[in-house]
Design a protein around this ligand. Structure first.
Ligand code: C5P
Length: 409
């Protein structure tokens, strides 16, 4: 939910780099001001070739900063005072060049030094030719920035300055303003709340080189961790093996088997307010793990499997006032099965998730799912991105926490 006054008196530094879309930053400045924000503009040297600093300084009623070495003392003061001023740093448009410089730790002008000096959220809205955007170097740099906790507003598809069509146009200004508003609205809504998230698959080893597992990538849990951090929560992320990098700021606990996941979760359970179990925990493990690699003998091999502990069910028995959220991956009777799990595991919320639909579920960015609140009629299944779902889950958790707090008073 966005607040109309989300940007009222908010202090934003708008960084403008030298692409043709720099002219759009003029309108962006006006839109941010219309929302009540106080904006200071920093330009790169090449941006000043596209738009005159005078345009920005006239509109922002403040000198536009773009030179670092006008006087050395001033430079010292400028990037630090900008860093102190900024509650959010927005770079729009961001060229491949500025993205590359930031990703490589280069700080050779006022904008890049400011990037390194701020402790506030940094939002980057890239704009460039689609071939540049698709270049593996730019994509690698974007990944790097995401891992550092930067926000990236993906460029749009459409006509490009070169005359061609493709992905690379600066995101529409409304999208950028809404994104910025979203950050201010979410900020600190979960401050002081401790959330434990389980993610990824588990591996149940048969011998030193073979295991039972599943295709879970951990994306749902990692997305939730990132969204929870954005809202100021303390996050413990207990994850089975995955290629994803844990978001900056969380306490990351890597585990392998279901047993290890249970131990890690139990170790931290006392000190959290909420557990979100997204992990695809293996339901079975070999009764015995061989110490040496099993040699093939040409004969059949019989494995005896035993059930693993159901972590969430165990938490459901000792949950007390804590909030428990589960995921139910189903191929049929999706809602009915999820409701049964909600009861059996004593959950407050469950995501009924149809995994048999092509393009949804494991490894995909979206789910065909329904978020069910305890005691309420389940909404119908629908397509939803993992990021949107993460936001909805955290909003529900916030409501439950508020309700509990009111009940306690
Ligand atoms: O019973 P089912 O495995 O379908 O339940 C899914 C939910 O329970 C998920 O939230 C999952 O993370 C959790 N779970 C667990 N430990 C298990 C199996 C599932 O925590 N051994």
């Amino acid at each position: 939910m966005q607040d109309e006054r989300a940007l009222q008196s908010r202090r934003i530094v708008l960084g403008v780099s030298g692409g043709i879309a720099a002219y759009k930053a003029v309108e962006l400045l006006r839109l941010l001001q219309k929302e009540g924000a106080e904006v200071r503009v920093v330009m790169t040297k090449s941006a000043t070739k596209f738009v005159s600093p005078l345009t920005f300084s006239t509109l922002s009623h403040y000198p536009v900063l773009y030179q670092m070495f006008t006087s050395p003392q001033k430079y010292e003061i400028e990037h630090i005072s900008l860093a102190e001023f900024a509650e959010l740093l927005l770079i729009a448009p961001a060229t491949a060049n500025i993205i590359g410089k930031i990703a490589s730790g280069i700080a050779d002008d006022l904008l890049t030094t400011t990037v390194m000096s701020v402790s506030c959220p940094i939002v980057i809205a890239p704009a460039m030719h689609s071939q540049m955007w698709n270049s593996p170097i730019v994509q690698e740099n974007i990944k790097k920035l995401l891992n550092y906790g930067f926000h990236i507003i993906e460029p749009e598809e459409g006509e490009l300055a070169s005359g061609g069509v493709g992905k690379g146009r600066l995101a529409s200004l409304d999208v950028i303003v809404d994104y910025v508003k979203d950050i201010f609205c979410q900020k600190n809504t979960l401050k002081g709340v401790r959330i434990l998230i389980t993610a990824g698959p588990t591996r149940e080893y048969i011998d030193p080189v073979r295991f039972i597992s599943n295709p879970s990538t951990g994306l749902m849990g990692f997305t939730l961790a990132e969204e929870a951090l954005k809202r100021g929560a303390e996050v413990i992320l207990v994850s089975g093996p995955t290629y994803l990098s844990p978001p900056k700021g969380c306490e990351f606990v890597p585990v392998c088997s279901a047993e290890e996941m249970l131990t890690a979760v139990m170790k931290h359970f006392d000190r959290v307010d909420c557990v979100i179990a997204t992990a695809a925990v293996s339901d079975f493990a070999p009764e015995k793990k061989e110490g040496e690699k099993i040699k093939k003998s040409g004969k059949e091999l019989v494995l005896r499997l035993i059930p693993t502990p159901d972590i969430l069910e165990e938490l459901g028995r000792i949950k007390g006032e804590k909030i428990l959220v589960g995921f139910s991956a189903e191929t049929g009777n999706v809602i009915e099965n999820a409701l049964k799990k909600m009861e059996r595991k004593n959950l407050d919320l469950i995501v009924a998730n149809q995994v048999s639909r092509e393009g949804f579920g494991f490894g995909s960015g979206k789910l065909f799912a329904s978020l069910i609140r305890r005691g309420e009629t389940p909404p119908p299944l629908s397509s939803i991105s993992k990021q949107e779902l993460a936001k909805l889950i955290l909003e529900e958790i916030k409501k439950l926490l508020d309700r509990r707090e009111k009940g306690a008073n």
